[in-house]
Design a protein. Structure first.
Length: 299
């Protein structure tokens, strides 16, 4: 494994970001396919790192070692993942992700621009056909094998190699879409969550900001499946559930910063951030100031 390098023609999006944030880890960067998709293989140790939002859906495959503990937060609370070899995770485009992992392991990353994904899935209706899979642990040997083949094919150059990668990527995307489809209620065009259910959900969120709030929990309050709830909630509020929960946590944190002398660590705990550094990173991403700067400006 070599230090991070980018081949000419690479998308320069997630791979460059990864090379900056995770530069302490040995890694190899490649590009593949007719769209020159970014690929990264990295040997990681234990870490806790916030990933800023990018315009890519990021596929993360554990290829070696596994993790004792792996957690991710897209704004709706930490999700604990097994992190075993062969596990695949999808990170949605446009979401800040906070990753925590323990143990030495190797991962493979594939960054697929959301515009390309939207074109590939354009015949499947409105919305994101893969939405129900984000943040989940997907263990499917066929998917893992296909992603490993994409990495192998990326060693070659030329139109035939590009065609092979494009075909493998289409196959993998189709498998994921089928997997998502089996868990998604086929209800036609999305309708907004009705006012009664929306009120129940928002009251639940406000009452539990100090606790871990998952999309599954919110869906249970609304008496809907997670996939159906996520679509109707977004139609009603203009944002996905995880983004709404994060916005309410940050609003609560802003109020505490302006009206109390609580330590930042206490505010982080009260708003269910995993640590003060996690709280600071998410606050700065959204507000544009650190909590300390915000408090100083409002006093």
């Amino acid at each position: 494994m070599t230090d991070a390098t980018c081949k000419p023609g690479s998308s320069g999006t997630y791979d460059n970001l990864y090379g900056t944030l995770y530069r302490k880890f040995p890694q190899e960067n490649r590009s593949a396919g007719s769209e020159r998709l970014a690929l990264v293989v990295a040997d990681q140790d234990s870490h806790a790192t916030p990933d800023p939002p990018v315009d890519d859906v990021v596929f993360r495959l554990v290829t070696r070692g596994g993790t004792r503990v792996s957690q991710v937060d897209y704004g709706d609370g930490l999700r604990t993942l097994a992190g075993r070899v062969g596990s695949l995770y999808l990170a949605p485009a446009g979401a800040t992700a906070h990753w925590e992992a323990e143990g030495t392991h190797q991962i493979m990353l594939l960054a697929l621009p959301r515009t390309i994904l939207a074109t590939m899935l354009s015949g499947l209706g409105d919305g994101d056909p893969l939405a129900s899979l984000y943040g989940r642990e997907i263990f499917d040997p066929q998917l893992a094998g296909t992603m490993n083949r994409i990495w192998t094919e990326s060693e070659s150059e030329g139109p035939v190699a590009n065609l092979m990668v494009d075909g493998l990527l289409m196959s993998m995307t189709a498998m994921l879409a089928r997997m998502s489809d089996t868990e998604t209620e086929m209800t036609g065009p999305d309708t907004a969550l009705d006012a009664k259910r929306l009120n129940r959900v928002t009251e639940f969120v406000e009452a539990n900001l100090s606790e871990n709030i998952s999309v599954d929990m919110m869906a249970q309050v609304a008496c809907l499946s997670p996939a159906h709830f996520a679509r109707t909630f977004r139609a009603a509020t203009g944002m996905p559930p995880h983004a709404y929960v994060l916005s309410r946590r940050l609003d609560a944190a802003r109020r505490m910063l302006g009206s109390s002398d609580l330590a930042l660590s206490e505010i982080a705990l009260a708003c269910d951030f995993s640590s003060q550094s996690h709280f600071t990173a998410r606050f700065r991403d959204v507000v544009g100031q650190t909590p300390h700067q915000f408090r100083a400006a409002t006093r």
